[in-house]
Design a protein around this ligand. Structure first.
Ligand code: UFG
Length: 330
C-alpha cells in the first residue's frame, strides 16, 4: 500500500516524500509539474505526471498503485498571483481538491493530510495565533485554502475520508542531504531572495516596509524548517492511522523573527554584509504572523527540531550554494 503525495514535486511535497521513504513507507507522486520539478521527486517514488483535476488519470493511479492514504499539496500558492487571477486558484485549489475527494470516495480511501496555510487567518486578532482564532483570509489563496478545509470537513462529516489540515507558517530551509531545496519561479519568498543578494546574484534585498508596529519596524514571521514540516505530515498521517479524529493544526516554531533579523542572521551564515534597500510595504502583508504550536505538540507529538533561524538559513544556504540557479530543469 502506498501513500499518494499530490504536489510531490514541489518544495514541501518533495521533502515529505523523502521523509516517507526514509521511514520505510511506500510513496507515489502525482504532480503536473506546473510549478514542481521532476528532479525533486525521490527516485524511489512512483511518479505520474498528472493534473489532479483529471479524474480518470487519478482514478488510474489509485487503481494501479494501491493507494491507502493521501498527503495533498498540489495547489497554486502565490498570494500576489491569487489577487490577479482568483479563478485560477478556485479552479486548481478548490476544483482539484474536489476531484481528489471524489476519487478517494470512489476507492474507499479514508485518510487525507492536507496542506493549509496561515493565510487562512488573514490579519491576526492576536499573537501567537491559535487554531480557534478567527479565519478571515485577505486574498484568494487563503480563501481557497480555507474553502478546501471546509469542504474536507463536510465530506468527512458525511462519512468520507478523515482529514488533518496543517496550517503552515513560513516554510524555509532544505533537506540535509543537499539534493532538494526551494526553487520557486518566480521566487517571492524572503529567505531565498536574501541568499541571492548574499551570493551577489542580485544587487539588494528589498525590505518591504520598515514602519510596521514591530520591534524594528519590519514584518515578523514564524519560520519553520521544511524537514520539520515534512515530519509533521507523517505524524499527522500516523495520528489518523491510529484512529485520531479529523482536526486542524498550526505548524510553526512559535517564535517570530523580523525581516531585518533574518537578513542579519543570513549575513552571519554567508559571512558577508547583505546589501538591502527599504521599499514601500507590500500589499496584504500582516505585521506579524506567529503560530501557537501547542496543539500540534500536545496532539501529534510534534516538536520542531530546528528552531534557530541561523540553522534554518544555513541549510538553505547550503542548497543555494550548490544550486545557485535551483534545479537544472524548470
Ligand atoms: N519580504 C521582504 N522582501 C522580499 C520578500 C519578502 O521584505 O523580497 C518580507 C515580506 O514583506 C514578509 C516577509 O518578508 O513580511 C516574509 O515574506 P514571504 O514572501 O517570504 O512570506 P509571507 O509571509 O508573505 O508568506 C507566507 C507563506 C504564504 C502565506 C502567507 C500568509 O509563504 O503561503 O505567509 O500571509 F500565504
Amino acid at each position: 500500500m502506498a501513500v499518494l503525495v499530490t504536489g510531490g514535486a514541489g518544495y514541501i511535497g518533495s521533502h515529505t516524500v523523502y521523509e516517507l521513504l526514509e521511514r520505510g513507507r511506500e510513496a507515489a507522486v502525482a504532480d503536473n509539474l506546473q510549478t514542481g520539478h521532476r528532479e525533486a521527486v525521490h527516485p524511489k517514488a512512483a511518479f505520474r505526471r498528472v493534473d489532479i483535476r483529471d479524474r480518470a488519470a487519478l482514478d488510474a493511479i489509485f487503481q494501479e498503485l494501491a493507494i491507502d492514504s493521501v498527503i495533498h499539496f498540489a495547489a497554486n500558492s502565490q498570494v500576489g498571483e491569487s489577487m490577479r487571477e482568483p479563478l485560477k486558484y478556485y479552479d486548481n485549489n478548490l476544483g482539484g481538491t474536489m476531484t481528489l475527494a471524489r476519487v478517494m470516495l470512489d476507492h474507499g480511501v479514508g485518510r487525507i493530510v492536507f496542506s493549509s496555510t496561515a493565510a487562512t487567518y488573514g490579519e491576526p486578532e492576536r499573537i501567537p495565533i491559535l487554531e480557534t482564532d478567527r479565519t478571515l483570509p485577505t486574498n484568494p489563496y487563503g480563501e481557497t485554502k480555507l474553502a478546501m478545509e471546509k469542504m474536507l470537513e463536510w465530506v468527512a462529516n458525511a462519512g468520507g475520508p478523515k482529514f488533518v489540515s496543517l496550517r503552515y507558517f513560513n516554510a524555509a530551509g532544505a533537506h540535509a542531504g543537499g539534493g532538494i531545496g526551494e526553487d520557486h519561479r518566480p521566487e517571492t519568498h524572503l529567505i531565498p531572495l536574501v541568499l541571492r543578494a548574499a551570493a551577489g546574484q542580485s544587487d539588494y534585498i528589498d525590505v518591504f516596509g520598515d514602519d510596521y508596529d514591530t520591534r524594528d519596524g519590519t514584518c515578523v514571521r514564524d519560520y519553520i524548517h521544511v524537514s520539520d514540516l515534512a515530519r509533521a505530515h507523517i505524524l499527522a498521517l500516523e495520528y489518523l492511522e491510529k484512529g485520531g479524529e479529523s482536526d486542524v493544526f498550526n505548524l510553526g516554531n512559535g517564535q517570530g523573527f523580523s525581516v531585518m533579523e533574518i537578513i542579519g542572521a543570513a549575513g552571519k551564515v554567508a559571512g558577508r554584509d547583505i546589501p538591502l534597500r527599504i521599499r514601500p510595504r507590500r500589499a496584504g502583508d500582516p505585521a506579524q504572523l506567529v503560530a501557537s504550536n501547542r496543539k500540534a505538540g500536545d496532539v501529534l507529538g510534534f516538536t520542531p527540531l530546528h528552531s534557530d533561524p541561523a540553522g534554518i538559513i544555513a541549510s538553505a544556504w547550503k542548497w543555494h550554494s550548490a544550486h545557485p540557479h535551483g534545479f537544472a530543469q524548470a
